[in-house]
Ligand binder design. Structure first.
Ligand SMILES: Cc1ncc(COP(=O)(O)O)c(C=O)c1O
Length: 465
């Protein structure tokens, strides 16, 4: 049987040997990255100089003084000063398989055997097809209709959103306005910063997209908040008749504070949009892979109402999925890069893992992880009244409001957690929240219990002033 020279290379026994050696060496060394610990004093001075130098190079200090050593073990990550942290923020969702996962070491090894470091739209290898198929099949799994025919790969979440907006704006031309929720985050490009509901992110920038904001769901007043959102939407449509091309739905507000709407709320708004000829875009850059279904739109049962959906972060490469009806004219979408070869190989591994790993359904892994973490956070709240409001979020997106939502205390807690070896991040304001994006492919109940213990210790220090 004929085969390519590359297939022969991949099957060469020396490759199998080398792979086994690499895996063995990584496993031996990562076994020592198995508990939170402080810096090695002998490494600290050099490390501090590096952290200062990168701050200088980028023109602004790092948010955390974090420079990874390059080795980790599940949610544990070693930094360049020899310290080990428990990573419950995963690069804000990107490191969903944790650190130095053997399956991703394998994926990177496979990528090293490919001919180029980057893949592009003009020249790409078959792994791009595998990733696109996994995303399309995943998106079509629940509806059975084959609604999503197409998948366009790209490098960032913001670019996946840009591509969706371009598709839908072209489809609905000359309509040029867009709609989004109050508290929405869509990314930081010149376009997306106008849909992101945060003025600081666009100071001094020219307006590129006219966005009208719709108030979000209030779980304490489900019916009234739905009616209010519909009324505000109607007002925008009345004020700018025929001028809205799309509404972007972030189904669990991420940067906005881990607020989730309800299926009925989303269905009502999406239906109203569709009736008004407005396309529906779902931004799953943060939610993908983390709810009770692969896509959050499946979690909320909205399959039949969507035109485009963007994914990112845990997927390693980002993508826009879209229906045949909105497939754009030639020339609208392209880019030099679709992604790094290693990122595409890792994407394939992670998407297969999410598909086959028992993550979904009412008793799936994401729900189990959620329940364990939420029980731990509630335990802190029971032991210390006033420390924990919530928890909030869906599946493997978990957040809570520390100390009544005081932003100063929340910031102090984040820094204390970092010093104590636990990585999380803030979300929202008024109230200010703490959020966690567990590495779903690598985390165990023991890790969650350890995170809760560390958190309680950090909170005690902040509470003591
Ligand atoms: C919901 C959402 N959309 C878009 C983005 C932008 O993604 P990226 O930072 O990869 O451009 C983010 C990133 O945090 C996000 O959370």
């Amino acid at each position: 049987m004929s085969q390519t020279r590359h297939a022969a290379l991949a099957a060469d026994p020396r490759i199998a040997q080398a792979r086994a050696l690499v895996q063995e060496a990584v496993a031996a060394h990562q076994a020592e990255v198995n508990a939170v610990r402080g810096p090695d004093p002998a490494l600290a001075a050099d490390y501090d100089a590096q952290v200062a130098a990168i701050g200088q190079a980028r023109g602004r200090d790092l948010f955390f003084p974090y420079l990874g050593s390059g080795l980790g073990n599940g949610p544990y990550v070693e930094l360049g000063d020899g310290s080990v942290k428990l990573d419950f923020i995963s690069g804000i969702g990107a490191h969903g398989w944790g650190h130095s996962h053997p399956a991703l070491v394998d994926a990177a090894f496979d990528a090293a055997l490919q001919d180029t470091v980057m893949q592009g739209n003009l020249q790409q290898n078959a792994v791009s097809l595998d990733v696109s198929r996994l995303l399309i099949d995943g998106a079509n799994r629940t509806s059975g209709e084959g609604r999503f025919s197409h998948c366009f790969l790209t490098t960032t979440g913001a670019m996946a959103n840009e591509n969706a907006y371009k598709i839908l704006l072209q489809h609905k031309t000359p309509a040029s306005r867009v709609l989004a929720f109050t508290g929405n985050f869509s990314g930081r490009t010149l376009g997306m910063c106008w849909v992101t509901d945060k003025a600081a992110n666009r100071v001094g920038l020219p307006q590129t997209l006219a966005t009208d904001f719709v108030p979000f769901f209030n779980p304490d007043k489900p019916e009234a908040s739905t009616q209010h959102a519909l009324a505000v939407l109607d007002r925008h449509l009345y004020r700018y008749p025929g001028q809205h091309a799309l509404m972007s739905f972030e189904l669990v507000l991420g940067e906005g504070g881990y607020y989730a709407g309800s299926a009925a709320f989303y269905r009502a708004l999406m239906t109203r949009c569709r009736e008004a000829g407005i396309a529906v875009h779902v931004d799953e850059v943060q939610t993908f892979g983390r709810t009770t279904e692969l896509f959050a739109f499946q979690h909320f049962g909205l399959d039949d109402l969507i035109d485009t959906v963007s994914v990112g972060k845990i997927t390693q490469v980002c993508a826009t999925l879209f229906t045949a009806a909105v497939n754009p004219k030639p020339g609208l979408l392209s880019q030099t890069f679709t992604g790094a070869t290693a990122a595409l190989h890792a994407a394939r591994t992670i998407l297969e893992g999410l598909r086959d790993g028992g993550f979904y359904g009412p008793e799936g892994r994401n729900v189990q992880l959620h329940k364990r973490f939420v029980a731990g956070l509630k335990g802190i709240g029971d032991r210390h009244p006033g420390w924990v409001d919530g928890p909030f979020g869906v599946g493997a997106m978990v957040g809570f409001t520390p100390f009544g939502g005081d932003a100063t205390k929340n910031g102090a807690l984040l820094k204390q957690m970092y010093a104590d070896g636990l990585l999380g991040f803030t979300a929202g304001k008024n109230p200010a929240r703490m959020r966690f994006l567990m590495p779903v492919g690598a985390v165990t109940f023991d890790h969650i219990d350890e995170a809760v213990r560390l958190l309680e210790g950090s909170m005690a220090k902040v509470a003591a002033g």
